[in-house]
Design a protein around this ligand. Sequence first.
Ligand code: ZN
Length: 255
Amino acid sequence: MNKHAIQQAQTPQILGATMIYQHHDWQGQTIPLPVGKVVCIGQNYQDHIQEMNSKTAPQALFFIKPATALRPLAPVVAIPMQHGAVHNETEIAVLIQQPLSKASLEEVHAAIWGYSLALDLTLRDVQAELKKLGRPWEIAKGFDGACPVAGFIPADLIQDPQRLLFSLEVNQQSRQQGDARLMIRSITQMLVEMSQWFTLLPGDIVLTGTPAGVGPLQPQDQLQLTLSPWLDVKTTVCDEQQILTQLASQAIDRN
Ligand code: ZN
């Protein structure tokens, strides 16, 4: 087998071994919950609805990213470069620890393990094209690596999650400022509504929507995400293909 063929054959296994995601707490300890799906809400902040000129409806906009979209948020965020713009959407993430099906508000509180930050990475050009065709935009949001997530803060440390403040800086320029008080649907309300459609299971993650400031990411961008006063994460955007090539050649060197 020539070198290129070996790379082709080994790449998926290498990717699987090095980019495996597990839930962690904010201090780096593994959280013993399975890795499940990610249920997301769209259009949950007015300023983001305005920047996208989105059509809205009274019904909530929910969508799902598969478990294979999950990645650690740091030290790198690998993005695909061959499908047009990849946009940042910085969102509060909620980790579920108990099943929720057609849940009430009371049930929802006990089902939350904790809170973190995630990027709802979006292939914006792909999404726009699919919207034009009237097709589902699944691939624009659910591709491998589309959901980098930071460590989770236990719920009992956070008095009122609906007062959390968060931010994203790109190359030391402020890009997104989030204030959970400005959510159109509160976290508990969205969990109730999501659970009418999708049973939430232990290890599932819920993303709570992005404020304004979405925009394209580029390889080498330095990101800083904060969820004050809990998280301050620095990470670097990389071209996914470059990482795969590096990993493959390292594996060949080892053999
Ligand atoms: Zn989003």
